[in-house]
Design a protein around this ligand. Structure first.
Ligand SMILES: *Cc1c(COP(=O)(O)O)cnc(C)c1O
Length: 345
């Protein structure tokens, strides 16, 4: 079998949630947008429900509908993109809570779904989603009279603890919400690590649950083991892969492994990335192709049946560094061709 295996350790996921939850006084939800960062929203949410998580966040109404089918009627499912035109029936039938981002969304919501739960997203400076301070002042009394379930905002620089933007956004959030009798939420993973001033009533971690930075102490959740298809010896002067971009200078042994950029192992990581064969780090050489990658296994006595692309030795952030991106992008790019295996379900 040439199919690589993506293993998702739900016990590690649960332990990451417990650890993040123990850092805060209030409630801890979970962000499971983009299919739980590529790991499977249904499986992830069900595992976290066993730990006591009752509030989930998705980006789109459509994701919320699918999640509702998977996890049943109990938990709250909040939708970051809010109430978009055409979403009313789906929001109602799946009992999703849109985080309203604008006056337009608010008007559309109260018109099409009067009495249906909603939250409000405020913009405290990121300028991505949410009502700006002036908009919020105009709408605040009407919105509050409809009893929002949550008021939230999002930090732009929480992964940089010393960035002045954090304190600035915190201050703006206070100005916009102090004295309100509504649950408040400001922090994702990064904000949790900034400390209690940032926690309010509900935190919404995503990446930290899945083992990614900035949660340095996270347990690894994802392993990706890729079969070796073929091994060959090359002599000095021979090239490997497209474009002859790698040429052997000394006698070398090359393994061809069965995953490539179509599986989310992006081409840009090629020249700097490694895989692990047991305890030995082996360099990726030449260009990453669509379905295959070449690895220098000269140092190995025995070439194993599979090599570790992600796992105990190497997190998504390591591969991300090699490609000039972030762990989030590596995880959400992981392809559909892998055999998926859940541990601890
Ligand atoms: C994605 C997202 C989160 C989760 O962020 P992480 O950095 O993955 O913890 C929380 N809130 C909002 C609004 C988001 O878009």
């Amino acid at each position: 079998m040439a199919q690589a295996t993506l293993t998702i350790d739900l016990s590690a996921l649960r332990s990451n949630w417990r650890n993040l939850n123990s850092m805060t006084q209030g409630e801890t939800g979970a962000v499971v947008k983009a299919d739980a960062y590529g790991l499977g929203a249904g499986e992830v949410a069900k595992a976290l429900m066993k730990e006591g998580a009752t509030t989930f966040f998705v980006a789109l109404t459509e994701e919320g509908v699918a999640l509702r089918k998977a996890i049943g009627s109990g938990p709250v499912i909040n939708v970051f993109s809010g109430h978009m035109p055409g979403d009313a029936m789906a929001l109602r039938d799946a009992n999703l809570t849109p985080m309203l981002n604008s006056i337009d969304q608010m008007l559309n919501h109260v018109e099409t779904l009067p009495g249906h739960p909603f939250g409000v997203q405020l913009d405290t400076g990121m300028n991505r989603l949410g009502m700006e301070p002036a908009e919020w002042s105009a709408l605040r009394d009407i919105a509050l009279s409809q009893r929002p379930t949550l008021i939230m905002s999002h930090l732009a620089c929480a992964d940089e603890p010393d960035h002045p933007m954090n304190a600035h956004q915190l201050q703006v959030f206070h100005q916009m919400t102090d004295g309100l009798d509504v649950p408040l939420s400001l922090s994702a993973t990064g904000g949790i690590l900034l400390g209690p001033d940032y926690h309010f009533d509900l935190c919404r971690p995503g990446i930290g649950l899945y083992g990614g930075l900035p949660f340095v102490e996270a347990a690894p959740v994802v392993s990706l083991d890729v079969p070796v298809i073929q091994v060959r010896d090359v002599t000095p002067g021979e090239s490997v892969g497209y474009g002859n971009s790698w040429v052997a200078r000394t006698p070398a042994r090359i393994a061809t492994i069965a995953a490539g950029y179509a599986d989310g192992l992006i081409r840009a990581m090629g020249p700097k990335a490694h895989v692990w064969a047991g305890e030995t780090r082996c360099k990726i050489i030449g260009r990453v192709s669509m379905d295959m990658i070449a690895v220098d296994v000269t140092a190995l006595e025995d070439v194993p049946e599979t090599v570790e692309m992600l796992g105990m030795h190497q997190f998504a952030d390591t591969l991300a560094d090699a490609a000039g991106t972030i762990g989030y992008e590596i995880l959400t790019s992981l392809g559909q061709r892998y055999r998926r295996r859940y541990l601890g379900a």
